[in-house]
Design a protein around this ligand. Sequence first.
Ligand SMILES: O=C(O)c1cccc(C(=O)CC[C@H]2O[C@@H](n3cnc4c(=O)[nH]cnc43)[C@H](O)[C@@H]2O)c1
Length: 280
Amino acid sequence: MLLKNFRKNTTFELIYSPASGQGVRNYNWGTVLMVNATQSPYFYTMKLAIVAATRLEIQPFINALTSLATPLGADVFQWNGHTIAIWITGIGPMHTAFALGQRLPAWQPDFALQAGIAGTFRHDWEPGSVVAISREVNGDLGAEDNGQFLDLFEIGLCQPDDAPYQEKFLVNTFAGWPALPAWPLATGVTVNTVSGSAPTIARLETRYQPDIESMEGAAFHYACLVENVPFLQLRCISNYVEVRDKSKWKIGLAVKNLNEALLQQVQQLTATAAHANIVN
Ligand SMILES: O=C(O)c1cccc(C(=O)CC[C@H]2O[C@@H](n3cnc4c(=O)[nH]cnc43)[C@H](O)[C@@H]2O)c1
């Protein structure tokens, strides 16, 4: 939140609650602050991290930012007084976890937003549809036992409710996010290997009832939950999870729709926060 040039005894509705900073960090959304001229002014700008596995997936968004915002450096922009950083992590959970493990604690963003294309298990969902992921599960972290897959929890190396897991899932409650996402909510499963055989697909569906498959979602949820950063994962469906036929993937459509949704979400976030700049 940025409060500036306020008049004596002005009240402000807290429109944006930062995850970091000082002074107002413990207030909730909707809190009305009374600020008087004897108090030090609080200057808050939102720090937003946009996370993607590949640059290709969010290139249209980066192009839009380049024309609408002020570049502050490589992959860092200023928009409506807020700082937006683009973090390209690489494909898969390992690359994503390492990148976020380095960057989240170092930069401490107020919000993190992951955007990417994904496969869907739901044959009634259309390629090009955008969803927000409400919970994630690791799909291939465990052991094979004589042809049967056992996940970490079934082996007993982890308890289903060991923090930050909730019954095996990495749940986004959207706590700290300004509003519930405008897109349908979906369950995501994260894999190292894109599922492309009937037994693997059946195993994942039976165990976890996922709607969406990606290669980074669980790592993003895990990192944000551990670092206590409010987060949102947006995915746009590029393909069905089925026996691999890349010729059927609608990557162009998925990237287009993903980037429209991403721009809309970021505009909403920055505009809401910018509202705090308005001085009466
Ligand atoms: O051409 C290939 O064989 C190939 C193999 C693995 C991945 C790719 C990608 O282009 C995926 C990039 C990116 O997209 C996400 N994604 C998209 N569809 C799926 C899916 O069905 N299952 C898992 N991940 C998917 C993923 O998050 C990657 O980052 C191409």
